[in-house]
Design a protein. Structure first.
Length: 198
C-alpha cells in the first residue's frame, strides 16, 4: 500500500512539474492584458431607429467561480483547474463576451441591440445564458469556448436554449497564443449565436 501511495505521489509531482511552465500561482502583473475584440462590427456612423420594445437585449452570461475572475483557467484534468501564467483579462470574461456578442449581433442582424441595463423585460428578444468554458485545455493543447444560450422572444413561444462551442487546437500554453485563440473561438461562438437569433 505504501508503494502505491508513493507512486501516486510521484505521478502527481511529475504532472505538476510538467504544467509549471504554463501555470502561475504568483501575483506579479503580466506585461500584456487579454481582451476580446469583435471580428465583425457595425460600420461607423450606422444608425438604427427602433422602439426599445423591438430591441435585442443581451444580458451578462452566468458563470461559475472559475470564470468569474480575471485569470485564464487551465483545465488540467477532469478534477483539476489551474491558471495560465502571465495572462490576465482586462475585464471579466463574461462581461467581455457579452459585449462581443452584442457587437456581433449588431453587425449581423442590423437590429437595435442593447446590453444589460434595467430594461431587460421590455425587449422583443432577451438573450442570456451560461458561459461554461473559456480557457485552455492542457491535455488537448486547445482553447475551448462553450456557451449555453437562452433566448426568449416576447409573445412568440417558449424559452429556447442551445449550446454553442468553438475549439482551436494546437495552441501553445503561453499568454499571447492562448489570448489570440480565445478571441478567435469567442468570435466563432458569437457568430453562431447571432445566426441563431436573426
Amino acid at each position: 500500500m505504501r508503494n502505491i501511495r508513493l507512486s501516486h505521489g510521484l505521478l502527481s509531482a511529475a504532472a505538476a512539474l510538467a504544467l509549471s511552465g504554463c501555470v502561475s500561482l504568483g501575483t506579479k502583473p503580466p506585461d500584456e492584458l487579454l481582451k476580446l475584440t469583435p471580428e465583425e462590427s457595425a460600420p461607423a456612423g450606422a444608425t438604427v431607429s427602433a422602439q426599445l420594445t423591438d430591441a435585442i437585449f443581451v444580458m451578462d452570461p452566468e458563470t461559475d467561480r472559475g470564470l468569474d475572475v480575471l485569470r485564464v483557467p487551465v483545465t488540467v484534468d477532469a478534477a483539476s483547474v489551474a491558471y495560465l501564467k502571465d495572462a490576465l483579462w482586462v475585464e471579466r470574461p463574461a462581461r467581455q463576451f457579452r459585449s462581443l456578442l452584442a457587437e456581433t449581433l449588431r453587425a449581423r442582424t442590423g437590429q437595435m441591440v442593447v446590453e444589460g441595463g434595467d430594461f431587460e423585460t421590455t425587449g422583443r428578444t432577451l438573450l442570456g445564458g451560461r458561459l461554461l468554458q473559456m480557457g485552455y485545455d492542457a491535455q488537448k493543447q486547445a482553447v475551448v469556448v462553450r456557451f449555453d444560450a437562452m433566448r426568449t422572444d416576447r409573445g412568440t413561444g417558449p424559452v429556447q436554449t442551445r449550446r454553442f462551442e468553438a475549439v482551436v487546437n494546437g495552441v501553445e500554453a503561453k499568454a499571447k497564443p492562448v489570448g489570440a485563440a480565445l478571441n478567435q473561438a469567442a468570435n466563432d461562438v458569437a457568430r453562431q449565436v447571432a445566426d441563431w437569433v436573426k
